[in-house]
Design a binder for this molecule. Structure first.
Ligand SMILES: [Zn+2]
Length: 180
């Protein structure tokens, strides 16, 4: 039986969502799980087949009572009373939770990686970073990350989530809400 015999079963599907947009949106949704009141970051690690290998968001050390730990970021307080003493970054969590090799993978992140995460990314032989925001681009940590990436041959590029995609998303969400 040919396609022409049953044309009604062959529907042309046209989606404008490319892989970059798809995985960055997935990273954004992953970031929503973070309890950090100021900066929610998501990371999705993808292999060369475009399969998601791991994901993570910034959160307190796993398996301990986090209600005992601070979310404040006032650096004039002792480190013991700052979130920086206890939080594991999104990229670090994604790497920690991966059960497969990350060699040659691409990391999609909502925020450009800090130098601590850059060390882990390079050590795991991840080969590409795709990011949404680089709001800390003037910080020393970002310059070190870029140096590590350059030395390790890791490419990095930013992708903007465009207006068209956002309006499609909100259209989709409105359709879902309307159908409830
Ligand atoms: Zn980091």
């Amino acid at each position: 039986m040919s396609k022409d015999q049953f044309p009604q079963n062959y529907i042309d599907v046209n989606t404008n969502l490319n892989w970059d947009e798809y995985f960055l949106l997935t990273a954004m949704i992953t970031s929503f799980k973070s309890k950090d009141p100021s900066t929610k970051v998501g990371c999705v690690i993808v292999n060369h087949n475009k399969h998601q290998v791991s994901a993570g968001y910034n959160g307190m050390v796993s398996g301990i009572d986090e209600t005992e730990l601070p979310w404040g970021k006032d650096k004039t307080a002792p480190l013991e009373h700052q979130k920086y003493g206890y939080v594991v970054h999104a990229e670090a969590n994604a790497i920690l939770h991966a059960s497969k090799s990350l060699e040659g993978c691409t990391a999609y992140v909502t925020l450009f990686p800090c130098n601590e995460c850059a060390k882990l990314i390079a050590s795991k032989k991840i080969k590409e970073i795709v990011y949404l925001s680089d709001k800390h681009k003037h910080q020393e940590s970002t310059a070190i990350s870029k140096k590590i990436f350059d030395l390790a041959g890791i490419k990095f590029r930013s992708v903007e989530i465009n207006e068209n995609l956002l309006s499609k998303l909100s259209e989709h969400l409105n359709t879902l809400v309307a159908s409830v």
